[in-house]
Unconditional design. Structure first.
Length: 241
């Protein structure tokens, strides 16, 4: 310690002795005492405090410093508390390398976090693609279900229509059978060949009549033509005088 540092340390110690007794804790901060002594900067105050601590004049206590000894520091007095040995420059950990003992460093931690983020992003993209595909499949299944329901309703309506037509045809056939048999014939009497032939003839006559109307003529026109032909034929009965 040079003379200037020795003078500043003894001046700081004298200011502390004026304020507190030995064994008591300082009430003023080192910065306040340094300003009162007129020290040039905070670094000079810190060096004086460190020199007094090293020579057992002060010790840290309760966030401040306790006065241990009021004797001034001698010029050749050695430090009672040795300094922490400085680490050699070659032993410094290389930037970005691993820590001593093989423990992971910040670069390894950052790399692991980045890899995990990339993996989570990949999984998220895959889940979104699967969700999109499931939505499309659900939409297609709903469309097919709607089409099937529409076809089912159409088939049901068609079946009801055919049932109505069958009932109507059965009623017409029963009426036709009743008119062909007559009123004095029981309804449960079997239909004979002659009656069946008559029924078929009536049905075929109706079909032929519908076909003639569709080919370009009305039933009235056919009746008129037949009537004209009958009138044009000569009568076998002589006309009266």
């Amino acid at each position: 310690m040079n003379d200037e540092s020795l003078q500043r340390a003894n001046a700081f110690l004298a200011a502390v002795v004026e304020r507190v007794a030995v064994g008591e804790v300082m009430t003023d901060t080192p910065a306040e005492i340094g300003r009162a002594l007129g020290l040039p900067d905070a670094l000079s105050t810190a060096r004086a405090v460190r020199a007094l601590i090293a020579r057992r004049r002060l010790e840290p206590a309760n966030g401040s410093y306790r006065l241990l000894d009021a004797r001034p520091v001698d010029a050749g007095e050695k430090e009672s508390i040795g300094r922490r040995p400085r680490r050699a420059r070659g032993a410094a950990k290389p930037r970005g390398g691993r820590a001593v003992g093989g423990s992971p460093g910040y670069s390894d931690l950052g790399r692991a976090v980045a890899d995990k983020v990339v993996e989570l992003g990949r999984e998220n993209a895959q889940l979104r693609a699967e969700a999109r595909q499931l939505r499309e499949e659900t939409r297609d299944a709903r469309a097919r279900m709607d089409e099937a329901e529409r076809r089912a309703r159409s088939s049901s309506e068609r079946a009801r229509e055919l049932e109505g037509r069958a009932e109507m045809a059965e009623s017409n056939l029963r009426s036709l059978l009743a008119s062909a048999r007559g009123s004095n014939v029981r309804s449960d009497t079997p239909v004979g060949d002659a009656e069946m032939a008559a029924i078929l003839g009536v049905l075929k006559g109706e079909e032929a009549e519908r076909g003639g109307v569709a080919s370009g003529g009305t039933p009235d026109e056919h009746d008129d033509s037949e009537t004209g032909d009958e009138l044009a034929q000569p009568s076998g009965t002589p006309a009266a005088g």
